[in-house]
Design a protein around this ligand. Structure first.
Ligand code: SF4
Length: 182
């Protein structure tokens, strides 16, 4: 049954990737990695469907890769979430990142895909909420190219809602990649 959900998710991810590439090209921006690697940002993910898909990708890796990622994930979680439950954004590299490359690239969640470019999010009756791009893009020096994340968030919410109904997931989820994998 997850196949139908994975198919819908892959279609959505493709749309996101294409839009991202088009807008990045408009800025002449190429992500070559940088010292502020976004894979060191403390991102939380909020969808069960993306967690399932990420774990699906993880299960395709060979045993050695899985073991290495899980060891790194364990360290990541221990360092980031201390016993007194205080969360520390320590700029630790994501456990799925190896030598600058994402080992789960095709399965990475929405936030990993949309990061980097200046964007906006529109809520009914409110001014769009704007977000800056990453420092490496020097976007402050360039004219803004409209990148509205709203349709992507809405479509993701629809897939997630149906997934939760079908799999009886009632709790909220807020997890890092490391937490999703262990
Ligand atoms: S899943 Fe991949 S793209 Fe996302 S933070 Fe981890 S290494 Fe980076």
């Amino acid at each position: 049954m997850t196949d139908t959900f994975f198919k819908a998710l892959k279609t959505l991810y493709n749309d996101m990737d294409k839009t991202w590439d088009k807008i990045a090209a408009g800025y002449n921006f190429i992500c070559n990695g940088c010292k502020d690697n976004c894979c060191t940002s403390l991102f939380f993910h909020h969808t069960y469907i993306e967690k399932d898909y990420l774990c699906h990708g993880f299960n395709k890796l060979d045993q050695d890769q899985k073991k290495t990622i899980l060891t790194r994930a364990d360290i990541y979680v221990k360092k980031t979430f201390s016993e007194n439950l205080k969360t520390k954004a320590l700029k630790i590299i994501c456990p799925a990142n190896e030598n600058g490359q994402c080992l789960l690239y095709s399965f990475r969640p929405m936030i990993c895909r949309l990061h980097g470019l200046p964007h906006e999010l529109c809520k009914p009756g409110a001014e769009p909420i704007k977000g800056p791009g990453c420092d490496a893009g020097l976007f402050d020096e360039k004219s803004y190219i409209k990148f509205d994340r709203t349709p992507f968030y809405k479509q993701m919410a629809q897939i997630e809602m149906k997934f939760r109904q079908d799999f009886n997931k009632t709790d909220k989820i807020k997890e890092t990649i490391a937490q999703m994998l262990i």
